[in-house]
Design a binder for this molecule. Sequence first.
Ligand code: ATP
Length: 317
Amino acid sequence: MLSVHQLSRTYGSFVAVDNVSFSINKGEIVGLLGHNGAGKTSIMKVISGYLEADTGRVTVDGVDLQNSPKLVQKSLGYLPESLPVYPEMTVADYLDYAADLKGLKGEEKASELRRAIKATDITEKLLVPIATLSRGYKQRVGVAQAILGRPKLLILDEPTNGLDPEQTQHMRDLICEVAKDATVILSTHIMQEVEAICSRVLMLNAGSLALDAKLDELRASHHLLLQTSLNKNDVLAMADWGEIDSVKLLHTVEGGSEFRVALDNSAKPKLVAARIAAFIVAQNAELYALQPEQRNLETLFKEVNQGYKKEGLNHAA
Ligand SMILES: Nc1ncnc2c1ncn2[C@@H]1O[C@H](COP(=O)(O)OP(=O)(O)OP(=O)(O)O)[C@@H](O)[C@H]1O
């Protein structure tokens, strides 16, 4: 659906986006996660055609953005970081104008306006100037213009930024609803946002893509934490077992040591755990603890920002 290939963007000599590649399939909701200044907005601006890349290629449904910008822009909706730029216009006039810009006409325009207004629940604000709207309503107006014309790709830059918890929930529900007919990429620096609505996460660190992973895969741990009194060398030798990738000594605990056991991708954690337990018991050693390691986005985010290598993270996930 969306393909981004070796994208780079500099501002003067500063590299804001550094050789970023990813592709997104139809129907996915993908979260672009990163600290302030990581490059999220720059990537979204490039994908939506508002900013030129220095190098790299963006295609939407096989159409090249650089060669056919108008065609690509017709198939996407964009909620920019800073909201509607016509504060003096009423919501109705602004949406009418946005529909014209998207080339909507006649009955299609009318029905699309009705749909976007209903989906974002802004009927009661239609005759109000945008300047007087609360942050939450401005955000809804921004989303309403983004979904006009049923875009195949929706690009949302920090869609819940500044919203209160109730508005945030409303916006998340709306995004999930819209995603039934569209592919969505949204940027955020809030991990819970990604956990709540995304099926996949792209983590950026200083302009580079540090992690690209499905949330399901992240949740399914391929590491076991083991505490045992068994001789250290016997535990480390488990790395030679077929289903185990590596064993690392973490630290010593009372009466033994703690290890992280990394499993092969094809290994079944429960079966390997049972085998380890049986082995330790057969050696007459104590098994103090053996459990899957919990890895959540927060842990990974910290690791990314502490400079973990992309390979290491993918492996860890
Ligand atoms: N027009 C510009 N001129 C110079 N530097 C810029 C410009 N726009 C962005 N930058 C810099 O590029 C880097 C990436 O900015 P970008 O807005 O893409 O990050 P971001 O991840 O969206 O950040 P935030 O979460 O704060 O919105 C930042 O260091 C920013 O200061």
